[in-house]
Design a protein around this ligand. Sequence first.
Ligand SMILES: C[S@@+](CC[C@H](N)C(=O)[O-])C[C@H]1O[C@@H](n2cnc3c(N)ncnc32)[C@H](O)[C@@H]1O
Length: 281
Amino acid sequence: MLSYKHAFHAGNFADVLKHLSWLDIIGYLEKKPKPFTLYDTHSGAGLYQLNDADAQKTGEYKTGIGAIQAHQFSDPLVKKYLNVCQVFLGRQQYPGSPLIALSSLARKEAVELMELHPTEYHSLKAACSTWPNAHVHHRDGLEGIIALTPPPNKRGAILIDPAYEQLSEYTDIVKTVSQVLRRWRNATIVIWYPRLSARAGNKSGASEKMVNALAEQAGAAFTAELTMTDDSKDAGMYGTGVLVLNPPWESDVRISAAMQEVVTQMPAGTSFACHWLKRAD
Ligand SMILES: C[S@@+](CC[C@H](N)C(=O)[O-])C[C@H]1O[C@@H](n2cnc3c(N)ncnc32)[C@H](O)[C@@H]1O
């Protein structure tokens, strides 16, 4: 069942948290002059038109990137994120995680992009066609990440950003990450998840179970979570989170500082919190 289309949600509050966190991880890897590899298991279409029918139908970007794009922030991570987005926003576009990564990289490190949906895959290929370091795979991202890791020098990071259309995806991620960590113990892995109320039916509580099971497997783990006030829309999604396994030094501090500034421009009642589930020994 591949009915999810990210064009309806691109640039929303969940994308802001996810892409800003991903940029922090990438920025840290770039500090050392050693090659690394980035992996994006659920890449989406790569680039989204904010003035097309899909984005306009939901208007979700308005309480995400739309709410913050014109504000003068002082935080360096928010500035970096807006700087990466700026060229796209000028064309009424929003960059998906592949273009966030590709256009932020100072060196042309390898970026492995996986997408299963045929239409989204073709859009992704077109969106990344000018980036020789973008390797676009039409394949299952969870199968792909096991096959493609670890990278040659075991330096890099993984973004796992599924649509969670099926309940089984939550447990599939736990099994996949466990296999990856067996061969690449210190992999930094960012996993996006929705925060769902009881209105979400049998998916309610699934993110929390997955997050706890994943955190147990890593050397260290923290969550960064946004809470919105309104859970009446979108199947009870009242917030969004990213779990960071084996995070780089002080990424919790950088992401928290950035998000605390971001929430000041989001709808009233929006809050942000960061929690350590496991500290490094
Ligand atoms: C939430 S969207 C990705 C958004 C993207 N990461 C971003 O931040 O711009 C999830 C994507 O995963 C794709 N997808 C679903 N199941 C997949 C699978 N097993 N392997 C790879 N891609 C999959 C969907 O077609 C969809 O495009």
